[in-house]
Design a protein around this ligand. Structure first.
Ligand SMILES: [Zn+2]
Length: 1010
């Protein structure tokens, strides 16, 4: 047999391109087009529908960057249109490019009555004609078309562009309207296209020498023969008949089973602002509903309560239709979170609230509780997540992002993920390594090929549908699913929801392998640092929210004040939205980050007002200076969570010496040299020099920061090869000398930037505090702050949510080496037996800790903070301008001291004028049990809810005494629901509850008031 497979494949390819595709539609009748350009930001339908439309010629340019143009399409179908094996449609081409859907023009189609019909994008251009035809036969449809620019730069994602901000994006039109027609879809031709597409995808994956491959190839060759090139419509059925045999061959008994879940990963902001995401949701969700009407098997998984809330508020009719499909179990809310947040940086309480606020929305608005965590795209996963997720009622976790690792491959696809406290959650990584599948042969084969559990398990999940910018599944994908339900050589594809998958996967794999600890992403390490003002906004907001809830709860319970439920809920939702995995990580366009900064400023102003009002109520009328302490630790004689008269103490001294300046108190003696660097930090209690011999502390280091791939996302290993130590100082001088605090101010200039550093020592404190005011104008540079310490540390402890993780300071294995930049919250601690040092911060997340051996044989452990970057994409002006931040170096510190220092730096005492102190709402007796949140219950019952965790990594026992009359105390989950079996509450006495916590255990107590 003289078969030449390569030639047959070429023949089929050309046949599809030149014969099949042009034959998709038979008759086309142009529609009348009229247009109205919305002058500014998007307007509601009613306003647009009432506007004055001008006739618009097909072929005309339209759409300034970020603008909205409304098109009115009108016409009438000829007699008999859509008969004879065709389907009548409206087909619109807005002037699309080859860039993926979601990164260019898209539109929402409305009926004249304002109800949303469907979204339009480059791979989904049709509307069913019946849906836009009135009883009189007149066709009318309105399109709200977004002329979103392609910020990705043709999918390169690296070219600096000014398109990401409407102020700099220009006004020239981006698109040329290419057509709006009534068109007859030839059903047999379209079905033949789907047959050929699936078989060609399968063919490419089959072993070259296999019988199956030869048969599929022969069938495709036969199909081309069967179709008359000059009468495709008339012979498409013959082509299909030639393929029927190979399409009917069933899957093998051992075929891998793929649960295909309809999905659209819609980034809540990224290369577009949040207001565009709200419209992307309406377009995508309406597409999904339209497809569900056609295919009863389609199940669509959709995360992010925020996105449902946007649709509810902007398109109530669409939301009602979604609710019906939710009730049927076909439109499936997943994840349970407010947004698909970053999980490295959100604080403990904030990550808990992602679930509390998200699940509350799903329960109240949709009557469902998602049982999974759905985070396919976030940039690494904190070791605190299993416990938080399980405490919020989740049973399963899904992501695929670790497939992006630069170096190491995660060993499992289905496994139990064990968190820092030992909690385990059943976890699945879709082995196809995508959340945007088209259900083609390549993705399906990859799922089977890579599935690491083969031999013990046989099932994986595959999210399909256009994602990132939205769009979702298409009818072509559903056609592929139908053809691969049982197809020899292909995995078996089954349309179902994620919960079906997880139940089946768990049943077939009851004892999966375990991955313990964080799921570190070996990629995107710059996201702990990029857009530092966004980071600062997050950290400050989290602590202000803590203060606002605590003091409002105290004012309500102790003084009968109203608790500002609505304001707090609203402010939390703003902060939770900004934790989305392209906002807090700093990987969005300029528009998004300027908006985030503005929102954080509004949040801070409103929270300051709420805090001031509560403190005013609590302190009463008077002229005494009362200090309030929102931290979980007493400070300067002011009780934890309480108030009092602070006693700062005295004993800080400063002096000038030949080598520079000396700052000291009874705990620490610091020498700041003429370069403004610490040349000595003496721990007076331990009698020990903290800095490594010959090294200087508080050293700013400037690195070249030119990532290989993703600017805002990546700090690459090669950054360390180019370092400039910023040792030259413009001035070094003593400032603000008092008995309470002594300080040295250092001013440096480098490049186009200026930094003012204040190093200070306060009476009674073992911390050297450093505050920075930076005017930053570098490009593609990374600014680090280094503390080379004379400590032999094998590992560094970094604070995460509700605890800390230990990471090696060496690079023994490829896993250790790849972890060269890490995320920490308020502190990092390094130590050897009997001695340790902590480095704390008030708004920084990126850190690295390494060590070297000196000629004297000693070990230098260097802790560095990543203060600032300046990536060029997607925001070309990222991080330019002013930054203020604080850090501290705490000598002679154990983990408990580090925990305390983290709270101290982030929750300063607040002084108000009043009659006097009030008793704390509750007192906690016992080490290691830390109060993370005090609030009134979400259900507005007035119950007091308090979240605790064990912070040291050991066993802890504590007695908690509320100062208010309480009728009962119960242990609850994160959602404030009573648990059946208390795990931490040993004695449920309302006036003295006794808690026993395991290492890093979180627990929530709820007091019903008497
Ligand atoms: Zn994403």
């Amino acid at each position: 047999m003289h078969l030449n497979p390569a030639l047959v494949e070429m023949r089929v390819e050309r046949f599809v391109r030149e014969r099949l595709e042009p034959a998709t539609y038979r008759r086309r009748v142009p529609l009348e087009v009229a247009a109205w350009v919305a002058p500014g930001e998007p307007v509601p339908f009613a306003e647009a529908a009432a506007a004055a439309y001008e006739p618009f010629a097909v072929g005309t340019a339209w759409g300034r960057p970020w603008g909205t143009t409304w098109f009115r399409l009108t016409g009438r179908a000829p007699e008999g249109f859509g008969g004879d094996g065709t389907r009548a449609e409206v087909v619109v081409d807005l002037g699309y490019s080859d860039v993926q859907p979601g990164f260019q023009a898209e539109a929402t189609a409305y009926r004249p009555d304002g109800t949303v019909l469907k979204g339009l994008h480059p791979r989904n251009r049709y509307l069913p004609l019946a849906a836009v035809t009135g009883p009189d036969g007149a066709v009318e449809v309105l399109l709200e078309a977004s002329s979103n620019p392609d910020v990705s730069g043709d999918g390169v994602f690296a070219t600096p562009t000014r398109l990401g901000d409407p102020a700099t994006a220009g006004t020239d039109p981006l698109y040329r309207f290419a057509g709006a027609d009534l068109a007859e879809l030839d059903v047999q031709v379209w079905e033949l296209q789907q047959d050929v597409w699936t078989l060609r995808g399968l063919l490419a994956q089959l072993p070259e020498a296999s019988t199956r491959r030869a048969e599929v190839l022969r069938a495709l060759d036969d199909a081309v023969d069967a179709v008359d090139p000059w009468d495709v419509a008339g012979t498409a059925s013959a082509g299909r008949a030639a393929l029927a045999g190979v399409l009917a061959q069933p899957a093998s008994a051992s075929a891998h089973r793929v649960t295909a879940v309809g999905h659209a990963h819609i980034d809540s902001a990224w290369l577009w602002p949040t207001r565009e995401t709200a419209r992307k949701c309406a377009r995508t969700f309406s597409n999904v509903l339209a497809l569900m009407d056609e295919d009863p098997d389609l199940v669509f998984a959709c995360s992010s309560a925020q996105q449902y809330a946007w649709v509810r508020d902007a398109q109530p009719d669409l939301f009602e239709r979604i609710k019906k499909r939710v009730a049927e179990g076909r439109f499936v809310p997943v994840g349970g979170m407010w947004v698909e947040s970053d999980t490295n940086m959100p604080g403990g309480e904030a990550l808990a609230r992602q679930f509390v606020v998200g699940k509350r929305f799903f329960a109240e608005e949709l009557g469902v509780e998602p049982l999974d965590v759905w985070l396919p795209d976030s940039f690494g996963y904190t070791a605190a997540l299993p416990q938080i997720a399980v405490a919020a009622g989740a049973r399963w976790f899904l992501t695929q992002k670790p497939s992006w690792n630069e170096v190491n491959r995660m060993p499992h696809h289905t496994f139990a993920w064990e968190g820092v406290d030992g909690t385990r959650i059943f976890t699945h990584f879709p082995p196809a390594d995508t959340y945007n599948s088209d259900l083609g042969g390549e993705d399906l084969a990859r799922a089977e090929r890579q599935f690491a559990e083969k031999g013990r398990a046989r099932r994986s999940l595959l999210p399909f549908g256009y994602g990132d910018g939205g769009g979702g599944p298409t009818r072509e994908m559903l056609a592929a699913a139908a053809r691969t339900r049982s197809l020899e050589g292909s995995p078996v594809v089954e349309l179902a929801g994620p919960h079906d998958f997880f139940r089946q996967a768990q049943a077939e794999y009851p004892d999966p392998p375990v991955w313990s600890g964080e799921i570190y992403l070996e990629f995107h390490r710059g996201t702990y640092t990029s857009q530092a003002r966004t980071k600062r906004g997050n950290r400050r907001s989290e602590h202000l929210l803590r203060e606002a809830e605590l003091w409002a709860a105290a004012a309500a319970v102790q003084r009968g004040a109203d608790y500002p439920h609505e304001a707090l809920e609203r402010l939390w939702r703003v902060v939770l939205l900004q934790q989305f995995h392209d906002i807090l990580p700093g990987s969005s366009i300029a528009w998004v980050h300027r908006e985030a900064e503005a929102r954080y400023a509004e949040v801070a102003a409103e929270l300051e007002e709420l805090i001031g009002a509560s403190l005013g109520v609590l302190a009463g009328d008077g002229e005494e200076a009362v200090a309030f302490n929102a931290s979980p630790f007493a400070r300067q004689d002011v009780a934890a969570l309480g108030s009092g008269f602070p006693r700062p103490g005295a004993g800080a001294r400063a002096s000038a010496s030949a080598g520079g300046f000396v700052l000291e108190n009874e705990r620490v003696r610091v020498v700041v040299d003429r370069d403004g660097l610490m040349s000595s930090v003496l721990d007076l209690a331990a009698g020990r020099e903290v800095l490594a011999p010959g090294a200087r502390g508080a050293l700013l280091q400037l690195h070249r920061d030119t990532p290989t791939q993703w600017d805002a996302w990546d700090v690459d290993e090669h950054y360390r090869r180019h370092t400039t130590d910023l040792t030259a100082a413009e001035s070094v001088e003593l400032v603000e000398e008092s008995a309470e605090r002594v300080a040295v101010r250092v001013v440096r200039r480098f490049g186009d930037s200026r930094v003012e550093q204040v190093l200070s020592v306060a009476a009674g404190s073992a911390a050297v505090e450093l505050s920075f005011d930076v005017d930053w104008h570098e490009r593609q540079k990374l600014l680090k702050l280094a503390f080379p310490l004379d400590v032999h540390a094998d590992r560094a402890a970094s604070e995460i949510q509700f605890g800390h993780v230990l990471r090696p300071t060496h690079a023994n294995t490829s896993w250790d080496a790849a972890r060269f930049e890490t995320c920490a919250h308020r502190w990092v601690h390094v130590g050897e037996n009997g001695y340790g040092v902590a480095v704390a911060n008030d708004s920084t997340y990126g850190h690295d800790t390494g060590r070297t051996t000196r000629p004297d044989g000693g070990t230098t452990t260097t802790v560095r903070l990543s203060l600032l970057r300046a990536p060029l994409f997607p925001d070309p002006d990222a991080d330019q301008g002013r930054h203020v931040l604080r850090t501290s170096l705490l000598v002679g510190a154990g983990i408990p001291d580090a925990v305390r220092e983290g709270y101290r730096l982030n929750l300063p005492l607040r002084e108000v004028r009043g009659a006097g102190p009030v008793e704390p709402l509750l007192a906690v007796e016992g080490d290691g049990v830390v109060v993370e949140a005090v609030k009134l219950a979400e259900d507005r019952s007035g119950d007091v809810v308090v979240r605790f965790y064990e912070a040291h990594g050991g066993r802890a026992r504590a007695t908690v005494r509320p100062s208010f009359p309480a009728a009962s105390v119960t242990e609850t989950d994160l959602l404030e629901r009573d648990v059946e079996q208390p795990r931490a509450l040993r004695e449920a006495r309302p006036d003295a509850a006794v808690l026993e916590l395991r290492p890093f255990q979180i627990t929530t107590l709820r007091w019903r008031r008497a």
